[in-house]
Design a protein around this ligand. Sequence first.
Ligand code: ZN
Length: 400
Amino acid sequence: MAKAVSAPPSRGMHRPARFLVRGHDAAATHLAELFNGTPPHALLIVGPRGAGAGTLARDAVATLLCATPVDGGPCGTCRPCRLVASGNHADLVRIEPSGASDQIGIEPIRELVAGLALLPIEGGRRVALIEHADRMNEAAQNALLKTLEEPPTHTHVVLSAAEDATLLPTIRSRCATVRIGLPEAAAAAELIAERLSVDAATATRLLRMAGGRPGTLISAGATGEAARAHAQLRRQIIDLSSTLPHVRLALLGTLVTDASAILVAETGDDEAEEREEVAADSDGTSDDREAEAPAPAKPKRATTKRASAKPTPAERRARVRALLRLWRGVARDLACVAAGAPGSVAFPEDLAELSAVASRASAPTWAAALRAVERSLSALNANGNPELLLDALALRWPKL
Ligand SMILES: [Zn+2]
């Protein structure tokens, strides 16, 4: 029953006009081809968090329920399409993680399985959409398995996930899988400009801040303020090499406070990635005296409360992490310029300032500075004391 995946789109087909996903034309076309034939009963769409897998999954659902699909996509105008758009389609069940554990447990899956066994109310298909399916616990996955093995007629299950490694092999093997990477940058920036009502330059900067994931910014409700704060923080870090040690230390508090504005671009995935780095790098300056809950692993929702209230330890840690990630970006860019690769900098709009500073020290000096930031970030993720780590890094940063 397992189906082959990710064939390159054949000539003639193109991305369905009514798909909402942006910057994934090849995957969208591939999906349209799947739907033009016999749609699979189980479809899994995998892609980095915030990159568009959830949107593509919703496009798939809309197509499955549409009464008169066009080119493998929804028509957008029939009654089922209108019901899907308003969230009122009686044959669509949508499940996502909930509760303190932020998981999908067995109960909602049991209800879903029971619901799928009923006849369609609108006369078409019954469709289940499971979002963030990688957060289904094992019991939930086992409960879903039978439906995937012997799907009732007219029944389709669409899953979206950031990774499929946490899904049981038996689940994966029953699904037709479509994999996506990051969306094409120009299309993603256009989407951000539209959805967040910001100009093109701001949208581009926001997208770079979020590592190319528009969904992270859109669900956090990012604003131009985040981009402005990011630009200013970067300038301050770039200038840090020409300031005296006591000035650097005095500046850190403000930098951390200002970093709260850039939290909207933080992606949970990067934290996971950094936790893995920690495992490989045991240079953790951990501080056991500091007992505090780790920062939540899920993306932050609009963290708009600014410096007014005193931050909790978890918030402070999240701000320092965001500042260190930005700092790492500056260090990488300086190292690129110093190594004679200005074309590789992440924020080309900063190139003039980067070049002026990078030229004042050797390439190995900047490479060492980058390693120092990376070690600080690893140590922070290994529960190091945020203030001590920042102080040490500020003093270790090149003095020109
Ligand atoms: Zn339709």
